[in-house]
Design a protein around this ligand. Structure first.
Ligand code: FNR
Length: 346
């Protein structure tokens, strides 16, 4: 109870040991995918990478109709980040940043709405590197450390980072020791170098050495090529000797990989996904992108081709017999005054 007599909910600090985690994925890790992954059994879910200045020019709004907290772009009203109570103690926001002050300003803005904050130090894309973000931070360890320690010292929730490895094991160990000295709560390690692509083998031995030399939980990543089902997750964890595991591509294709009781058929997963997309008014464009990534080569089938022509959420839902469900929800939301973009377009 605070001084004004309001009840304050005591929040338990997110613990990263022994967890199975949805990895950060641009455009994939939006609210419907995160909630579905949690339903299926993921312990922690990371958001897509969100760039610091996008957050800083957004406005926080409580959305009573959806039961969400929205960060809306102040110029066009689009959703930068949408979250809800159901995930609050399990969602980690991944930030793209190159600046300790901006990172802290974002962290202060969102710290009561999320469970932890992660700094992306692995993205090899030109956009990130040019902006001094992502993997650019691996070669600027002093800046990387300042970003992390500034957050650790000034926010109430755990801070983590996600890195790639160097060719040289000793360089990698020096880096992780130095990053861990800032007081971060865990470190995600994708076992590939900045120049290596998904088809290259993952350096599980390097992850093992990192896990051996750090006291904080190491979250092994990069195993999707070998992870086809729930038990494979633990084979990968074993191989890496890590405390936790983080999965991207396998979950992107079928997030029921988190289910202890085995994978669900893709048709069912898509239906479950679409219900969340409707319930949380996910944009048709993002919904279509995520379903496309689940369908993969099935996009070539007649049904897949019909799906590719869809422009609205209702059209997409109709293919999975959820057209009525979508229409009714949208009518309800419209009557309550939610006016989000209904069509995919330029
Ligand atoms: C990614 N990855 C990624 N990493 C990150 O730190 N922030 C991000 O926003 C993204 N975005 C992203 C989008 C998509 C579509 C994919 C497939 C991947 C990398 C990802 O988190 C992970 O490190 C790699 O995919 C390796 O793990 P898996 O796929 O072998 O489990």
């Amino acid at each position: 109870i605070d001084r004004k007599g309001n009840e304050i909910k005591q929040r338990t600090r997110l613990d990263f040991a022994n967890k199975v985690i949805l990895a950060p994925m641009v455009r994939v890790g939006t609210l419907p995918m995160r909630l579905l992954s949690l339903d299926y059994g993921a312990d922690i879910v990371y958001t897509e990478e969100l760039i610091d200045w996008k957050f800083l020019k957004s406005i926080r709004r409580v959305n009573d109709v959806l039961g969400t907290i929205d960060y809306l772009d102040s110029s066009d009203g689009t959703v930068v980040f949408r979250t809800c109570e159901k995930e609050r103690d399990k969602v980690v926001v991944q930030l793209g940043t190159s600046d300790p002050c901006r990172a802290l300003r974002v962290a202060k803005l969102i710290e009561n709405d999320v469970a932890a904050i992660d700094i992306n130090m692995g993205c090899p894309k030109e956009f990130s590197l040019k902006g001094g973000m992502g993997a650019a931070l691996l070669t600027q360890p002093e800046k990387a450390k300042t970003i992390l320690s500034n957050l650790v010292q000034n926010v109430s929730i755990p801070v983590t980072c996600k890195i790639r490895v160097f060719e040289d094991i000793n360089d990698t160990l020096n880096l992780v020791k130095s990053l861990a000295s800032t007081g971060i709560s865990a470190i995600g390690v994708h076992g590939r170098t900045k120049l290596e692509r998904p088809q290259h083998p993952n350096r599980c031995e390097t992850i093992r050495k990192i896990a051996e030399c750090l006291d904080i939980p190491v979250i092994a990543n990069g195993g999707s090529r070998e992870i086809e089902n729930y038990s494979d997750i633990f084979k990968f964890k074993e191989q890496c000797g890590s405390s936790s595991v983080m999965i991207a591509r396998t979950a992107e294709g079928n997030c029921s990989v988190f289910r202890q009781d085995g994978m669900k058929h893709l048709e069912e997963v898509i239906k479950d996904y679409l219900k969340y997309a409707v319930d949380y008014d996910n944009s048709p464009c993002n919904t279509k992108y995520c379903v496309q990534n689940m369908l993969k080569e099935l996009q070539e089938t007649p049904r897949g081709k019909k799906f590719l022509e869809c422009q609205t959420l209702e059209q997409i839902c109709a293919i999975w017999d959820l057209g009525d469900y979508c229409r009714q929800k949208q009518l309800e939301y419209q009557s309550k005054g939610i006016l989000s973009r209904r069509e995919i377009g330029p």
